[in-house]
Write a protein that binds this ligand. Structure first.
Ligand code: HEC
Length: 175
């Protein structure tokens, strides 16, 4: 009888831990939780990508939680093609000093941009940068930037928080 009770309570607490950790996951990062589950649901079709894009990002909240240091680390993915310091040389891609809030193709004639980027128009605001960095070719069809994109929205936010500081006059954070 005692043994039965002990066994039952071990089983029960295991179950409880499982439930709690699932709920915590969901509360802590509802977006990733959703993505994970959508991806599982849609395995075998080419739908997951589309579904992920449909999840509206709260860029303001992501930027509030963004880490400059992590962004600096994430920027290692870019340095094969981009320099970041003021007046840095263009490589395969343009120098990225003062990119956040600047106009697209911000170096004008001093970099050989693709027609696609030149014709896109507008600025590199937060929404535009998020869209581009998560999936460059989807945001600008025909861009020469041969980079697959970063799917984790928090990593993109970290990166943008790093890019934002690379300026004499960093633009305000989004609300
Ligand atoms: C394989 C090389 C490559 C990698 C890796 C790469 N880029 Fe690029 N990037 C380019 C090229 C080339 C362009 C110009 C695109 C065009 O003209 O179509 C570009 C353009 C850009 C632009 C637009 C610049 C402007 O003046 O409008 C931004 C912003 C950018 N890249 C950010 C990044 C970030 C951030 C990373 C790292 C996560 C990254 N890129 C990784 C090659 C690369």
């Amino acid at each position: 009888m005692e043994l039965n009770k002990i066994a039952a309570s071990i089983l029960f607490s295991g179950l409880l831990i499982m439930i709690v950790s699932n709920v915590v996951d969901m509360l802590y990062s509802p977006e990733e939780y959703k993505i994970e589950h959508q991806t599982i649901v849609a395995v075998g079709s080419n739908e997951p990508q589309q579904k992920i894009e449909q999840v509206a990002l709260d860029i303001g909240a992501l930027m509030q939680n963004a880490s400059f240091e992590k962004g600096k680390f994430a920027a290692k993915k870019c340095i094969a093609c981009h320099s970041f310091e003021k007046g840095g040389a263009n490589k395969v891609g343009p120098n990225l000093w003062n990119i956040v809030g600047n106009k697209k193709a911000h170096l004008g004639n001093s970099f050989n941009y693709s027609k696609a980027v030149l014709e896109k128009g507008g600025k590199w605001g937060y929404e535009e940068l998020f869209a581009f960095l998560r999936n460059p070719k989807a945001y600008i069809k025909g861009t020469r930037m041969a980079f697959a994109g970063i799917s984790n929205p928090q990593e993109v936010a970290d990166l943008v928080s790093y890019l934002r500081q690379l300026s004499d006059n960093p633009v305000a954070l989004p609300k």
